[in-house]
Design a protein around this ligand. Sequence first.
Ligand SMILES: Nc1ncnc2c1ncn2[C@@H]1O[C@H](COP(=O)(O)OP(=O)(O)OP(=O)(O)O)[C@@H](O)[C@H]1O
Length: 242
Amino acid sequence: MSFPAVELRQVTRFHGARNTGVAALDGVSLACPAGTWTAIMGPSGSGKSTLLHCAAGLDQVTTGRVVLAGRDITTAPDGVLTEMRRRTIGFVFQNFNLIGSLTAEQNVAFPLRLAGIRASRKDVRGVLGSVGLADRATHRPRELSGGQQQRVAIARAMISRPAVLFADEPTGALDSHSAKVVLELLRDMVRGAGQSIVMVTHDPAVAASADAVVFLADGRIADRLDGPTTHQVADRLARLES
Ligand SMILES: Nc1ncnc2c1ncn2[C@@H]1O[C@H](COP(=O)(O)OP(=O)(O)OP(=O)(O)O)[C@@H](O)[C@H]1O
């Protein structure tokens, strides 16, 4: 892919009236190159979730443009966005968002089924195997630990080979060992398959797994670190929060 995975051009997102409302994003321009992992950080209320939602086409910008995997989605109709959600982008959330009544393998196959594609059992088991859960294929979410559930969610995102994975606090509900496993899987997606990740996190150690960290403050990009260390990230964040 020669174009950025995600590009925001002069994006604003107002909540409420334009003059009196809150500018959750206020002139944000950002290009995340294909095959890279970008972390979004910033104080509470700085616009991280809004940025993720606008970039993924889950929320509409007030002004500016959003280009996702080379396609301008700013005013794309619902049908196009739905299609992109099924084929081009994947999501991993803090609380896993698995379907409780389905087994691990049924959860993994679910997005493809929605897209009218029948995933072979071999493919589904293969992806579950790659996240270390080959022996848990027929377990339901309640029979799995938090870390295992998040690995099922990652397998579900991997099976359609999305160009861009959006992750919202993907390790927020996990212990440190499970978090490490999940971060290694995300790293494999970027390194092995050339996929791109845009991730919101509050945790400097998690952000340091990314290739770059973009810091927001009051809806604007306030800082950026490339090749970050945990210490550098914590230091920059503390400056923004002080
Ligand atoms: N639906 C909404 N209506 C009005 N204001 C909103 C709405 N959604 C978000 N905001 C405001 O926009 C700003 C950015 O919110 P956002 O959720 O993007 O921040 P955040 O950085 O993700 O925060 P946190 O770290 O606390 O989750 C905040 O001031 C918030 O109050």
